[in-house]
Design a protein around this ligand. Structure first.
Ligand code: ADP
Ligand code: MG
Length: 159
């Protein structure tokens, strides 16, 4: 049973506004969080991660890890930001093991696009962000906490 305790919904008018929402979430992350990003192709998942990585102090370029499957962005805080995109995977396999390891690391923040193949391994307590296009450049972002640790972050986000 999954209790969706608390949620926050916001509409963004363009990619930079989506990055700005991510930048608001960034300072709340302490390590150990898993963020699942859900949308259709081109919804804005990678755009959200760009905003997150930049706000966490990563100065490099964040592109879609669709072909590399995962990227690791070292952060000035000493934490690592792991960015997975399982779209091209056929089975979770060894990537699933690596993902599980990263999600269990309290010195890492793990974000996942197309997490379906690994759904059984995702932590029960995570942040789920659903992105829905509501116009050409408009997206509705629905941020849901699926457990108490995440709920605490989203609760603050609401204030
Ligand atoms: P995904 O990773 O979900 O496939 P991307 O982030 O790679 O999506 O691509 C989203 C595309 O939509 C980009 O070209 C981005 O500029 C565009 N876009 C337009 N409006 C928005 C918005 N409000 N939020 C995020 N992306 C947007
Ligand atoms: Mg993407």
């Amino acid at each position: 049973l999954r209790v969706e305790t608390i949620a926050y919904t916001v509409t963004t008018a363009g990619p930079n506004a989506t990055r700005a929402v991510a930048a608001r979430l960034a300072p709340k992350l302490r390590g150990g969080e898993t963020i699942e990003l859900r949308s259709d192709l081109g919804g804005g998942k990678t755009t959200f991660v760009q905003g997150l990585a930049a706000a966490l102090g990563f100065t490099g370029v964040v592109t879609s890890p669709t072909f590399t499957i995962n990227q690791n962005y070292p952060l000035p805080s000493g934490l690592a930001l792991h960015h997975y995109d399982l779209y091209r995977l056929v089975e979770a396999g060894i990537v699933g093991d690596e993902l599980a390891e990263d999600m269990a690391d309290d010195q890492a923040i793990t974000v996942i696009e197309w997490a379906g193949l690994a759904s059984s391994r995702l932590p029960k307590d995570r942040i789920v962000i659903d992105i829905t296009p509501t116009g050409e450049d408009e997206r509705e972002l629905s941020i849901t906490a699926t457990g108490p640790q995440s709920a605490e972050l989203i609760e603050e986000f609401n204030q």
